[in-house]
Design a protein. Structure first.
Length: 617
């Protein structure tokens, strides 16, 4: 037996792969099971073209055995197997894939293929945990079996072996334990079971293993004694829920899967079952949780869907499948049309993935709109938990997500006294109304009493009350809805110099307040309120309040103090306009009151209190 050398590039590839490509050693089992499944697939496809070959599914399985004393793990399949030439070709050159050629041959014959890859780089993940690997294989229809042996980068040997039936057995001799790694962990039955359920639960063929169990030794004995015994058990479920027809499934099936996959401790609010056949085929089950995940607002939270390819788990959280606005969605996607990179751990950013992601995004949007229309109570429950996420997506993309998400927003209505959509507001607008009005404040009750809204109330014009600190920022980047601009009731209305009020008393008040305001002027739109504080320019007073909590933020809204010319306070100001000291007391008092109405702090509470005492006294 002569030891054969890997090609130079293959040797280098193995060194890189073992040290760099795979970040998680436990995936070796996933790769070997996937290869075994592919080998059985080849037998199935061979039976499609060979009338003399009857594919009896019960004869095809994958079996795992563990020998703790020998410190070995063996993965056996009843697939098509390999002859000497195929072993040398497929295992002697890293990244050489027999499956690729097999798939191309099938496609030329216009027959379907769902195979990922047979004995490519995935096989070499064995050396992540093994100091030596043996592969015993016998090809279907051949008399001879062949044994491939390698201890890693130094090379490999191929010799004739003994095997009764077709298929492949891979025997891994585990590395010695070290301070950093305990390879004996992979000899634990429960660990193997856990890995199979995590990564290979939906492989279509049974994955069997002798499992240690206990039973009563003598049922008739007064004091029962227990004994251990071994039983061959199927570790995987084989048929994933997403490959079943919707008509086969009940609500509890979807809910149980949600909990089995640890998507959340709550109940799912709703789910979407997708089956797409076409240029890019895929199946998916998506869940919208009932409540926020406990870490949803933390930096540690990671969005993403579980991604399978032909029943093999490729990524536990594929973030490319979800836009940020739907980062709360949980679920699974399985496609046979994805291009995988050499490690299967990182998906290539290919066209198929983008097509699936876009389709998923549209499905989620459509489902949310359907819930909004059909079950308002359920939608409001969703919006309470995740509405802010939708709004953040619009704000952070400077309105680019506006068209997709704007009809999913809810705001409290001054007229309806409940949450309404922008579309519902738009449909109720008066014929001559050219703006969508909104108010900001600490609470609905406060906003309902704002003096700036008095005139709109008198005209029976609906106002949206923004209760979330991000709401106004979102409306600012949106700009308009169906060509109707958003307008804050606390924003100064545009006025020309010719129509602006020139009452000298307001100039005196402005001098008293200095830089606190950019102008003091009269108003006829404040109802029975004496004053109101408005903002001039793009930065509103409410936005100033939000921004003040950011570090080193010095941005302040340009404030305009409006005085109600129909209120008795204006007459009082006229009376004292020549008394500088008294006018100063009234001006500062009115300005502080206007700030309090807007939820702004007053700079000198002591002076404010003394000014009240002066008037009372």
């Amino acid at each position: 037996m002569t030891k054969r050398k890997y090609k130079a590039e293959s040797k280098r590839l193995m060194e890189i792969m073992v040290n760099s490509i795979y970040t998680n050693k436990e995936i070796f089992l996933r790769e070997l099971i996937s290869n075994a499944s592919d080998a059985i697939d080849k037998m199935y496809y061979k039976s499609l073209s060979d009338e003399n070959l009857n594919f009896n599914k019960d004869d095809y399985y994958i079996e795992i055995s563990v020998d703790s004393e020998e410190r070995t793990i063996t993965i056996k399949d009843t697939g098509i197997g390999m002859d000497e030439k195929e072993i040398d070709k497929n295992l002697g050159t890293i990244a050489q894939s027999g499956t690729l050629e097999f798939k191309n041959a099938l496609e030329k014959e216009e027959k379907p293929s769902e195979i990922i890859g047979q004995f490519g780089v995935g096989f070499y993940s064995s050396f992540l945990v093994s100091k030596e690997v043996e592969v015993l294989s016998k090809k279907f229809g051949e008399d001879k079996a062949w044994l491939w042996t390698s201890d890693g980068v130094d090379g490999y040997s191929v010799e004739e072996g003994k095997k009764e039936s077709h298929g492949t057995e891979i025997k891994l001799y585990l590395k010695d334990n070290s301070e950093d790694e305990n390879y004996d962990d992979f000899l634990n039955e429960h660990r193997i079971e856990s890995l199979v359920k995590s990564y290979s639960n939906y492989i279509r063929y049974p994955i069997k293993m002798l499992v240690t169990k206990t039973r009563v030794k003598d049922e008739s004995a007064e004091k029962p004694e227990y004994e251990e015994y071994k039983e061959l058990e199927v570790l995987n479920s084989m048929i994933p829920i997403w490959k079943k027809n919707k008509s086969e499934l009940k609500d509890e099936d979807y809910i149980n899967f949600y909990h089995d996959q640890h998507y959340g401790f709550d109940e799912p609010l709703t789910w979407i079952h997708i089956n797409v056949e076409g240029v890019v085929s895929y199946r998916a089950i998506l869940y919208i949780p009932e409540t926020q995940p406990f870490d949803f607002r933390s930096k540690s939270y990671k969005k993403g869907l579980q991604l399978y390819s032909n029943g093999v788990l490729i990524m536990d959280k594929c973030d490319s499948l979800l836009p940020d606005c739907y980062s709360f969605v949980k679920g699974v996607v399985d496609s046979e049309d994805l291009s995988l990179n050499i490690s299967r751990e990182v998906l290539q950013e290919d066209r198929q993935l983008r097509v699936i992601a876009k389709n998923i995004e549209n499905k989620i949007t459509s489902e949310l709109k359907k819930i909004l229309e059909k079950d308002r109570e359920k939608y409001e429950k969703f919006y309470e938990n995740f509405g802010q996420t939708l709004k953040i997506a619009v704000y952070e993309t400077y309105g680019m997500e506006k068209d997709k998400l704007q009809d999913l927003f809810l705001f409290y209505s001054s007229k309806e006294k409940k949450l309404v959509t922008l579309s519902e507001y738009f449909d109720r607008m008066k014929e001559d109304q050219d703006k969508i009005y909104y108010a900001t404040g600490g609470s609905i009750e406060t906003m309902d009493k704002l003096p700036q809204g008095s005139n709109l109330k008198d005209k029976d014009i609906e106002v949206l009350y923004l209760t979330d600190s991000i709401d106004e920022f979102v409306l600012k980047v949106m700009g308009s809805y169906k060509e109707k601009e958003f307008s804050s009731i606390s924003q100064e209305l545009e006025s020309s110099e010719e129509t602006a009020d020139k009452d000298p008393i307001f100039d005196k008040m402005k001098d008293i307040l200095g830089d606190e305001v950019v102008e003091v002027k009269g108003s006829d739109n404040l109802g029975d309120n004496p004053v109101a504080l408005l903002a001039r320019g793009d930065l509103s007073i409410e936005m100033e309040k939000v921004l003040q909590y950011q570090d080193n933020n010095q941005m302040k809204a340009q404030k305009v103090l409006e005085v109600n010319k129909n209120h008795s306070i204006y007459k009082k100001l006229e009376e004292i306009k020549d008394n500088e000291e008294e006018l100063k007391v009234y001006t500062k008092l009115l300005y502080d009151q206007a700030r309090l109405i807007e939820g702004l702090p007053i700079e000198d509470p002591v002076e404010y209190t003394k000014n009240i005492w002066k008037l009372i006294g």
